[in-house]
Design a binder for this molecule. Structure first.
Ligand SMILES: Nc1ncnc2c1ncn2[C@@H]1O[C@H](COP(=O)(O)OP(=O)(O)O)[C@@H](O)[C@H]1O
Ligand SMILES: [Mg+2]
Length: 328
């Protein structure tokens, strides 16, 4: 697969009254063509700063970045034409209508009035903006606003779309709608690079993701890879008769795919590398030895376990501590 974003040793620091903030401290990233790439991290991790450098909105302090086939430092104009960027706050002029904003955006990218009109109509149709595109943006709900923002971001048909916290502050229904829209865009060939501090969003929506903390990438891969890397799946087996427990423990201890077993009251807890593969083997083994199983449950580690393993704290808690800037 071709990469649409590659960075090496990307860095950025800000000088403020309180001193120097090293916002991005040597980031290495690879985003594949057509991917939905998730950039997960707590507030203050450096996600927005990274995204803004890649979208040419902030000068790169040091390091290299290639976006849509061009060098961000040397060919920023080529990059700018090929990327769309939707900021955390959203764009557009609140006093004009969504349709007017779309047309203006097209014109900013050099489209003729006729082309901009045609493209705006196309997007209003594709993104389901029809109901509100004729109203002033100031009257939009959060969900409508975000849909328009996405429209503004793709008005000039970019190869790569950067979305900064696209669903922050949206209710579950609107989040689900926006996820659907993002999948639809991805399906039509646009590569998507989105930031989020929601574990489930990174987990469910992205094909691959990177976890960022304190200006550094601490892990990168598919959600499944990241989870497998850090922890085994756990399988809880409860038996029909309690007497079977010790026999079952002895039996299972011999199996190469079982890395650890604990016995708790009336059930066994096993740790295995790949729960899905282990489950049928476990059942066959117990059944073959006349040990009846009452229930068996498999649980995977979560992305929060992944975050915890790499940073020593829970993203859930890290997020909670820094909610101040959030619009939720
Ligand atoms: N313009 C700026 N001036 C000073 N500090 C900044 C500026 N922009 C971001 N920062 C700081 O850089 C760090 C990373 O911020 P940011 O990239 O916005 O993180 P995220 O998007 O992951 O929440 C934070 O400590 C933030 O306060
Ligand atoms: Mg941010």
């Amino acid at each position: 697969m071709k990469n649409v974003v590659t960075t090496t040793e990307l860095r950025k620091s800000f000088k403020s009254k309180k001193g120097v903030v090293e916002a991005v401290r040597g980031v290495e990233l690879h985003v594949g063509e057509g991917e939905i790439f998730g950039f997960l991290g707590p507030n203050g991790a450096g996600k927005t700063t990274t995204l803004r450098m890649l979208a040419t909105l902030l000068p790169i302090e040091s390091g290299e970045a290639m976006v849509a086939g061009f060098d961000v430092k040397k060919q920023p104009h080529e990059v700018r034409r090929r990327v769309g960027y939707v900021s955390q706050a959203g764009g557009g002029d609140r006093l004009s209508t969504g349709r007017e904003d779309l047309i203006l955006q097209g014109q900013l990218y050099g489209m003729s009035t006729t082309d901009a009109n045609a493209r705006a109509d196309e997007l209003i149709d594709d993104l389901d903006l029809g109901e509100f595109a004729g109203r002033r943006v100031v009257t939009y709900s959060g969900g409508q606003r975000r849909r328009l923002d996405v429209g503004l971001g793709i008005m000039h048909r970019p190869d790569v779309l950067f979305l900064d916290e696209p669903t922050t502050g949206l209710d579950p229904q609107n989040r689900a709608n926006l996820w659907e829209l993002i999948r639809q865009l991805s399906g039509s060939g646009t590569s998507i690079f989105l930031t989020t501090h929601y574990l489930d969003e990174a987990d469910v929506l992205s094909n691959r993701l990177a976890i960022m903390d304190h200006g550094l990438i601490v892990a990168e891969g598919t959600s499944r890879e990241l989870k497998q890397e850090i922890a085994a799946d756990s399988v809880v087996v409860s038996l029909k008769s309690d007497e079977g427990c010790s026999g079952a423990t002895e039996l299972l201890r011999q199996e190469s795919y079982v890395s650890h077993i604990t016995t708790e009251a009336d059930h066994l807890r096993l740790y295995v590398d790949d729960g899905v593969a282990a489950l049928p083997k476990l059942l066959r083994l117990l059944d073959g030895n006349g040990i009846g199983v009452r229930t068996i449950t498999l649980s995977e580690p979560t992305l929060d376990d992944v975050f915890l393993r790499h940073t020593g704290r829970s993203l859930h808690k890290a997020g909670m501590n820094q909610r101040n800037g959030d619009s939720e």
